[in-house]
Write a protein that binds this ligand. Structure first.
Ligand code: UDP
Length: 500
């Protein structure tokens, strides 16, 4: 099935422009669009992906589609579906292989399944598109369908990969071998980093990095009382005076020493807004480096007993600092056995800690039932942090790095391909070379916490970097350029694939 998703226009370009620090960005985007959009007139851009909810692509799509339309490019969004449920099992396997995980082999049956579903979808999609339209197909699930539509109709096509790995492994090779017949036939492809491009595509690729929406719930700035209100409404802080808005329907919960989750202000206030706080917010995924980060923090606290050469304030800061580890509530990851087992491992490690250091670590479960409330909680937690950490073992890009950088919060990231694109060590934040090395992580946290002036300098530069490169305006301009150049590209007669 192919379903069109309707997109509202809750935010206009004028809304962005009404912020003085974004006015010039909107003006630049409008000026670029004045030249580029007319070259797309008469065509419809079809954004195609596999889900309208959940995941980074679905999160980004409404804003992208809405703003392209506002810039004069007729853009529609469709999602694919199928009654053959094994199809998404297969595409999840492709996804994992592109990240280097899983069995690097496919059966003939799997190829048949992929082609059958792609053909069924192409039969439907073909009736929606008109000659000259542009198909922008996201990720492996609809890649086969898009390739078939472009072979049969006079449309131009772009395949956008949101995933990749900066290593050549048997797993990545198996996935790309599987996808090559389809993705190689697109007019153009887009990746997040040059390191992710498989060799058979080189020369026909543009790089577009993900971007954040600076005024959305996840990233907008708050007045102090709004921030305090969100913390109280979400259960992250106790309101000691009346607050205007009622409590959120679903509140954050905190892991207790007995291994169960309860109110986030039990057994004590976390100290957000008062204590120094080091935070990591991510999915419960082994590749996010949770365990070595927790170990590093334990080392930091234990080393404090015999540390020398600290000023009184530095010592006090290290005594008071808490580590906040936050991720999606367990119920929302029940269908993800990996996430459940990683969270379970972390809970066990926490329960096994000495009670003195245990008190200094706060593991939070953030409800996911309301996307808006979840975004506000993530935003508030990032705002309250002295340092945000993203200790990933691998990271495709890492919006959890971009988000705090935009909020002028200093970030400590691992030296992975995605994070390296955003942080230059000592300039826009700090990078640690080995996310498994708890000693180095602990030392870097101590350095950062001990030097507020340098933290502020990194944070300022981090914000500037996001402003210049990773806001939605840059992303839109890049998309306009790619779409226009794809339309203008001389059509190469593609080799006839055997599935036609
Ligand atoms: N996130 C969230 N709630 C959570 C945990 C994460 O909203 O409980 C968001 C986070 O703010 C970020 C996204 O999920 O926007 C994660 O994107 P990222 O690129 O960092 O990593 P991915 O999850 O795609 O590997």
């Amino acid at each position: 099935m192919i379903e069109e998703v309707s997109v509202e226009h809750p935010v206009s370009l004028d809304d962005y422009a009404s912020y003085s620090h974004l006015e010039a960005d909107v003006a630049e985007l409008r000026s670029a669009a004045a030249t580029l959009s007319p070259q797309l007139r008469g065509r419809t851009v079809w954004m195609v992906n596999s889900t309208a909810r959940g995941g980074g692509v679905a999160e980004m799509m409404p804003r992208l589609v809405s703003l392209l339309n506002q810039l004069g490019v007729r853009t529609k969004w469709v999602v694919i579906g199928t009654h053959r449920s094994e199809f998404f099992g297969l595409t999840k396997r492709l996804h994992n292989l592109i990240h280097g995980e899983g069995q690097p082999a496919f059966t003939a049956g799997e190829r048949d399944l992929y082609e059958t579903v792609s053909r069924e979808l192409a039969d439907e999609m073909q009736h929606l598109v008109a000659p000259g339209d542009l198909l922008v197909v996201h990720d492996p699930q609809p890649a086969g369908m898009g390739a078939m539509v472009q072979q049969r109709s006079e449309v131009r096509s772009v395949w956008r990969s949101h995933i990749g790995l900066d290593e050549d492994l048997p797993q990545t090779r198996a996935a790309w071998d599987f996808l090559q017949p389809y993705v190689a036939s697109y007019d153009h492809t887009v990746f997040t980093a040059s390191e992710y491009i498989p060799s058979f595509l080189s020369g026909n690729v543009s790089i577009i990095t993900p971007a954040i929406d600076p005024i959305g719930d996840k990233n907008r700035a708050f007045a102090a009382h709004t921030l305090a209100g969100i913390l109280c409404n979400s259960g992250l802080m106790t309101a000691h005076t009346p607050v205007v808005r009622p409590s959120f329907e679903f509140r954050a919960e905190r892991l207790q020493p007995n291994g169960c989750f309860a109110s986030a202000t039990t057994p004590d206030e976390i100290g957000l807004l008062f204590r120094p706080v080091v935070t990591q917010i991510s999915r419960w995924d082994r590749l996010k480096g949770w365990m070595p980060l927790m170990q590093a923090f334990v080392k930091l606290k234990c080393a404090l007993h015999h540390a020398t050469g600290l000023t009184e304030i530095q010592r006090r800061r290290l005594q008071l600092v808490r580590l906040v580890l936050a991720g999606p509530e367990p119920a929302s990851v029940q269908d993800d056995p990996e996430a459940t087992s990683i969270l379970q491992e972390l809970c066990e490690a926490y329960v096994g800690l000495d009670s003195e250091v245990q008190q200094q670590i706060v593991l939070l479960s953030l409800p996911m039932k309301s996307r808006r409330e979840n975004a506000l909680m993530v935003n508030a937690l990032q705002h309250c942090s002295s340092v945000v950490v993203q200790n990933s073992l691998q990271e495709g890009f890492g919006l959890t790095v971009t988000e705090p950088m935009w909020k002028r919060i200093p970030v400590l990231g691992s030296n992975t391909c995605g994070i390296r694109q955003q942080i230059r060590d000592g300039v826009d934040g700090r990078l640690i070379h080995d996310p498994q090395d708890a000693d180095v992580i602990a030392r870097t946290m101590v350095d950062m916490l001990g030097d507020p002036a340098s933290r502020e300098r990194l944070a300022r530069q981090g914000q500037r970097r996001v402003h210049d490169d990773f806001l939605v305006f840059t992303q839109l301009r890049r998309w306009l350029e790619v779409l226009v150049s794809t339309v203008g590209r001389e059509s190469q007669p593609p080799p006839q694939p055997d599935w036609l």
